[in-house]
Write a protein of this length. Structure first.
Length: 482
């Protein structure tokens, strides 16, 4: 791939036969409606009904007498048992559809389900975090001060655009165990830690070392963590970053753009950074590293102490024997799937429920790849679906999963399948420079990636827009602290 000419000048470029705006940073709203049975109250007027004329006092008296006659007759003539109004039955016999995990994909799944489920079913989103964590901004907010509180967005508006918002809830808890028809929580919800379900969607993703993801569940603790981290970055002169994925590469660029006098070394175990992508992305990142002065060590693995590196001066030893002295080590290595709670679900297929690396095996319908559990789905980063691990494809998976849940509810087969698209990413390369990059689509015969180099980023990564898209109206800067 010849990127030389295009990279000399930072600007938009198109490679390959098909260009498409990837727009990964914007999570897609998935609000298409399939089936919706609204709660009907006996008194609510039907839409488009003709207004009745106002009754005169004479006709009012006649109506009262008629009503009395009807009531008397009603006491004398036996009637068949009255059916309860629909909404009473629904409230008393609500069935649960549980989503585990309230990040990009779990939230998309919960919203989509709330849009399409009949009013006989409620959505319970189980998540231990007090707020939605906007992970895309974590690398930036670990370095640049004063925006960190905006990375944590209240869940208050999650269901506000749904047909029956009050039916559904966010349950603040962690799932400890999954059984065929119930989950066990680490704290009670409505007086019990056991929560029954008809359908289950697992969207528990993966965890990254901090600051890629937070150790704490509460917003104030996570905000303090970022503030402390920013101070460590500011005072460290020599910084070593372990891992050449999105978190490591973005942090390396940001640190040197904000603090050009620091010494930043990024150690990557493979030969290229961003190794899940076409090598063209490595070339783009490397070019930017050279501009900023990031030292890149590839094909070398660091020895990580059992309890990780302390946030203080230390020496990093590489497997090659080389050592690097650092005032701060940022660990931005691999993602671990959150699937421990599935050990209580017995597999009936010989390959088991999880892959050797701990991801959930699924069919293209996103149902567990174990015929015994057609009512359990997994989606997003935690699922071994063949899809690229990103929020955007996870949003499309939410639509597939919800359609299949509705099909099963209606006694049909789950036939909707995911479409796997080539990996794509929107990554920052400093405060304003960024790239949108998509791997070639082999199914379309493409051999070259498509990418666009941009210089339109902002220091706070347009975080206000993220709050808006998550439906949270902010009336003043103080409300970002809520
Ligand atoms: C720096 C960075 C930038 C990125 N940029 C983009 C981008 O531009 N576009 C894009 O599409 N993707 C991007 N990604 C990838 C994207 O963040 C992930 O693909 C996405 O977070 C996956 O979402 P998820 O909901 O599947 O899982 P996760 O985001 O990993 O969330 C899992 C959730 O499950 C919860 N959970 C875990 N265990 C339990 C349990 N036992 N009980 C209850 N809840 C539990 C966790 O608390 C968490 O909230 C980026 C990632 C990073 C790190």
């Amino acid at each position: 791939m010849d990127l030389g000419r295009t990279l000399r000048k930072w600007g938009g470029v198109r490679i390959g036969p098909k260009a498409e705006v990837v727009g990964c940073e914007r999570e897609r709203e998935t609000s298409r409606r399939l089936v919706h049975i609204p709660i009907r109250t006996p008194t609510s007027p039907s839409r488009g009904s003709v207004p009745m004329p106002r009754p005169s006092s004479h006709s009012l008296a006649t109506a009262c007498i008629s009503l009395l006659v009807i009531l008397l007759a009603a006491r004398l003539i036996p009637h068949p048992p009255q059916r309860e109004p629909d909404n009473v039955n629904m409230v008393t016999a609500l069935k649960n559809v549980i989503v585990i995990g309230g990040s990009y994909v779990g939230c998309a799944a919960a919203k989509e389900l709330a849009n399409v489920l009949p009013a006989t079913h409620r959505v319970l989103l189980v998540e231990p975090h007090s707020h939605f964590h906007h992970l895309f901004a974590f690398p930036r907010f670990a370095i640049v001060p004063s925006h960190e509180h905006k990375a944590f967005i209240p869940y208050t508006s999650l269901f506000s655009a749904s047909p029956n918002p009050s039916l559904h809830s966010v349950v603040r808890a962690s799932v400890l165990e999954v059984h065929p028809s119930r989950v066990v929580l680490d704290r009670p919800f409505s007086g019990s830690t056991s929560l029954e379900y008809d359908y289950l969607a697992i969207a528990t993703g993966t965890r990254l070392p901090s600051p890629g993801s937070m150790q704490d569940e509460d917003k104030p603790l996570s905000v303090s963590y970022f503030q402390e981290y920013q101070k460590k970055v500011k005072t460290a002169r020599r910084i070593v970053i372990l891992g050449g994925g999105a978190v490591g590469c973005q942090m390396a660029c940001d640190i040197l753009e904000v603090y050009p006098d620091k010494e930043v070394t990024l150690v990557q175990s493979r030969e290229k950074v961003m190794s899940r992508f076409h090598e063209g992305l490595h070339e783009i990142v490397k070019k930017r590293f050279d501009e900023l002065g990031v030292k890149l060590v590839t094909g070398s693995r660091a020895v990580i102490p059992p309890n990780g590196f302390p946030l203080e001066p230390t020496t990093v030893t590489l497997a090659s024997g080389q050592s690097i002295t650092a005032d701060l080590v940022i660990t931005a290595t691999g993602q671990t799937p959150n699937t421990a709670f599935l050990s209580t679900l017995s597999p009936t297929s010989p390959s088991g429920i999880l892959t050797p690396s701990g991801f959930v095996r699924v069919f293209p319908t996103l149902q567990l790849a174990d015929g015994a559990y057609p009512h359990i789905f997994a989606l997003g980063d935690v699922a071994d679906s063949g899809a690229h691990k990103a929020a955007r494809p996870g949003g499309a998976q939410a639509v597939v999963m919800a359609k299949n849940v509705v099909a099963l509810l209606e006694g049909k087969q789950a036939e909707e399948k995911i479409v796997v698209s080539p990996p794509a990413i929107h990554m920052s390369l400093g405060l304003t420079k960024n790239t949108v990059f998509r791997n070639p689509d082999a199914a379309q015969g493409e051999t070259e990636p498509w990418f666009k180099l941009k210089d339109d980023g902002t220091e706070n990564m347009n975080i206000e827009g993220v709050w808006e898209r998550r439906g949270v109206k902010v009336n003043g800067p103080q409300e970002y602290h809520l």
